[in-house]
Write a protein that binds this ligand. Structure first.
Ligand SMILES: [Zn+2]
Length: 147
């Protein structure tokens, strides 16, 4: 964009739509119509010294300052009382000393039940395979293929 010095060529114009610029190199003054500058940065060349520079028009005016109503006063802080040490609800549990015979009996019973099931499934596998044919695959998996 080629600028021409305002002095010799441009007569009196309204200042409202013209931007006053000065060459950064030779300080020649120019007045450029705003519509020629546009809104973005432009590359300008001085007509007197041919210096080129980038002109960025002033950015948008600062946003309007909106005055906000003050926040309502914060509620008074909640006063909390420290916990008072109390007696525990349950007395400490005393682990009974001695062997847990009940637990052992439960384990033995579980193993007996599982073992009985395994024994029955092997012992009666022809009946099981006849009643439920998909079980043949299971027996084949554990090496008890149908006979
Ligand atoms: Zn210049």
């Amino acid at each position: 964009m080629q600028l021409r010095s305002t002095q010799p060529t441009i007569g009196p114009v309204s200042k409202a739509n013209r931007m006053r610029l000065a060459c950064p190199s030779c300080h020649a003054a120019y007045e450029v119509p705003d519509d020629r500058l546009g809104v973005g940065a432009r590359r300008l060349r001085c007509a007197r010294c041919a210096h080129e520079w980038t002109f960025a028009p002033p950015t948008a005016p600062p946003p309007e300052i909106v005055s906000l109503p003050p926040l309502p006063a914060a509620p008074p802080p909640l006063v909390v009382e420290p916990l008072t040490p109390r007696e525990p609800a349950f007395p400490p549990y005393d682990e009974p000393v001695g062997f847990a015979w009940g637990a052992l009996a439960a384990w033995v019973a579980s193993i007996l039940v599982l073992g009985g099931l395994a024994f029955a499934s092997v012992q009666f596998r022809p009946d099981i395979m006849r009643a439920w044919p998909p079980s043949q695959r299971v027996y084949a998996l554990i090496g008890l293929a149908p006979r």
